[in-house]
Design a protein around this ligand. Structure first.
Ligand SMILES: O=C(O)c1ccccc1NCC(=O)[C@H](O)[C@H](O)COP(=O)(O)O
Length: 211
């Protein structure tokens, strides 16, 4: 199970969360987000992390060139596209960053979103399914309808996101079998400030679940 904790803004919290067992850390490269981290901030956080951890930059509706430049400046190992990027955009990005993991996030509004997902399978490494919110792109704490995900079995790996917390993660994993999980506001004190007690509680629940 891949465990991604998203919206990291502080080096000490990044290190602590990596030590607790996260396999991926996410950095919000979307300027309007309260969790926005600059390339300089991301670089400083990455300097102190173990090499084994994957580091994912989250982008929305920016150019291939901007993403390329941020990845080169920071050393991020992966990119998550959280806006309205097309399959063709994913294909172009993959061509200029062939060794960078490419995750396409889809905000699930209805079962039609899961049909739309099929258009991306040839161009991405993983899908991330998040909740739909009319005004915000991500980090909303909104849970998506797990019921409509039950028959979903894509040919690529997929992450469950959207309103996950230490209190509901067990129930989510009883109902669904994602390859990874992604949490942000459910393990925060305030936007961008992770609550290490909640992150620790999450890992305890996961340990109990899998033992
Ligand atoms: O987190 C943000 O502020 C954000 C802003 C703009 C685009 C994406 C954003 N987050 C993407 C993520 O991967 C979050 O972890 C995901 O939306 C789940 O968030 P939450 O429901 O708070 O766990």
């Amino acid at each position: 199970m891949r465990i991604k904790i998203c919206g990291i803004t502080r080096p000490d919290q990044g290190c602590a969360i990596a030590q607790m067992g996260a396999t991926m850390l996410g950095f919000i490269c979307v300027r309007c987000s309260p969790r926005y981290a600059t390339s300089e901030q991301i670089r400083r956080i990455l300097e102190n992390l173990p090499n084994s951890i994957q580091t994912i930059g989250v982008f929305a509706n920016v150019s291939v060139e901007e993403i390329y430049q941020t990845v080169r400046e920071t050393g991020l190992t992966g990119v998550q596209l959280h806006g309205d990027e097309s399959p063709d955009f994913c294909d172009r990005l993959r061509q200029i960053l062939p060794d960078t993991e490419l995750i396409k996030a889809l905000r699930v509004k209805s079962p039609a979103t899961l049909i739309q997902a099929q258009d991306y399978f040839n161009y991405i490494d993983s899908l991330l399914l998040d909740a739909y919110h009319p005004q915000q792109l991500g980090g909303t704490g909104q849970r998506l309808d797990w019921q409509i995900l039950k028959p979903f079995s894509p040919p690529c790996s997929w992450f469950l996101a959207g309103g996950l917390t230490p209190d509901n993660i067990g129930e989510a994993l009883q109902q669904l079998q994602p390859d990874g999980i992604d949490l942000s506001s459910g393990v925060e004190r305030s936007a961008g400030d992770k609550d290490l007690a909640k992150v620790s509680q999450l890992f305890q629940v996961l340990t109990d679940f899998y033992s």
